[in-house]
Ligand binder design. Structure first.
Ligand code: PLP
Ligand code: COI
Length: 360
């Protein structure tokens, strides 16, 4: 299925000099490209009114249900410019699938995968001059929200799907240096039966008070434990987590409905298995983590996600104290896995699993 798009090029796009200045140091999530995609959905007309237009504010009714009941979902994905000049995306079909899983959980309409992929491709192509060369990338943020003007609590009957894009470099201010985690004793991210596996804005809103604690503790990210026993490591506010034991064995917490099923997580499990490592999705407790870090059995730990890629975890702080993993720096297995992943994403290594989606 495809939709006819109305195309409205930006009448005054950002000038070449300003764009070059932004691309030389894009940071994360603060500079945006010239265009955006919008597609509307109503119960009567389904998906319609597809537009590629100048990026700009929405005008929405103050009673729009997203503003009251947070019926909103999003995705995060990237386009890369390879050293051969070609533009590639990484497993965007998985983002389309997860978007629809999130839509189902939040009682929102699913968007056909080919419409999602067509829309993403159109925006990347329209704003391709915004894809940084070198190690940066173009971050794409597809999202959908309910814009019904109605205060009764029920699934809305009108939605806007939108994609915006921004050139990005490193997610963390420290660049590639190992990050510091804060283990929150006070807050949970997700409980069984809740929305933990969906990428909905409300999950992130609920995590912010813990992220604020993390920042106050000079930490980069908050780590959440499970809701039932407060014992098992789940994930970070915006990333999955892995543990490395000796040089060839990694574990990551299993997907039991409370963790976001990360596409980076799934890809790293495959890459690690390809490299002959032993992989395991198994529960890992915070106390075991602390003991394994102290004994040296645990060599490395890392966070992973589209925005962060792969980030070594150096220190873990909690109200009972803090501990260091290995030397407190990004370890060699972490670096090897990160390089292997990035080389596929940028088309610098054979794509044995057909993960690369070429746009040019
Ligand atoms: N966990 C959370 C809570 C996230 O926000 C993200 C980022 O999207 C991830 C995990 C990693 O998912 P992915 O690798 O698909 O980007
Ligand atoms: C992503 O990695 O795409 C996310 O959505 C996570 C967020 C921390 C930016």
């Amino acid at each position: 299925m495809s939709l006819a798009f109305e195309l409205t090029p930006h009448p005054s796009p950002v000038d070449t000099k300003t764009r070059a200045r932004i691309l030389s140091n894009p940071g994360f999530g603060k500079h945006f490209t010239d265009h955006m995609i919008t597609i509307r959905w109503t119960a009567e007309a389904g998906w319609h009114d597809a537009q590629l237009m100048p990026r700009g504010p929405f005008q929405i009714d103050p009673a729009a249900s997203v503003l009251h009941y947070a019926q909103e979902i999003f995705e995060g994905m990237k386009a890369y410019r390879g050293t051969d000049g070609r533009i590639r995306m990484f497993r965007p079909q998985e983002n389309a699938r997860r978007f629809n899983q999130s839509a189902m959980r939040m009682a929102m309409p699913e968007i056909p995968e080919d419409i999602f992929l067509d829309a993403v491709g159109r925006l990347v192509t329209a704003d391709e001059d915004w894809i940084p060369a070198g190690s940066g990338s173009l971050y794409l943020r597809p999202f959908m929200f309910a814009d019904d003007a109605f205060l009764g609590v029920r699934p809305a009957s009108s939605y806007i799907f939108c994609i915006i894009a921004c050139p990005v470099g490193a997610y963390f201010k420290g660049g590639d240096s190992a990050i510091r985690l804060w283990v929150t004793p006070d807050y949970i991210r997700a409980a069984p039966g809740g929305t933990g596996a969906a990428k909905c804005g409300g999950n992130y809103a609920g995590s912010l008070v813990a992220q604020r604690q993390a920042i106050a503790q000079d930490c980069d990210q908050v780590l959440f434990l499970d809701a039932i026993e407060g014992r098992w490591v789940e994930e970070l506010g915006g990333m999955n987590i892995f543990f490395v034991f000796d040089d060839h064995s990694i574990i990551t917490p299993p997907l039991r409905g409370t963790i976001l099923p990360g596409i980076t997580r799934a890809s790293l499990l495959t890459i690690a298995a390809d490299l002959g490592m032993t992989i395991s999705e198994q529960p890992y407790s915070f106390s075991q983590w602390e003991a394994d870090a102290a004994s040296g059995r645990l060599r490395e730990a890392f966070a992973c996600g589209t925005a962060a890629v792969v980030a070594g975890i150096g220190t873990v702080a909690s109200p009972t104290g803090q501990f260091t993993i290995g030397e407190g720096t990004t370890g060699s297995v972490t670096t090897m896995l990160r390089d292997a992943l990035m080389n596929v994403q940028r088309g610098e290594t054979p794509d044995r699993h057909r993960w690369v989606y070429s746009l040019s």
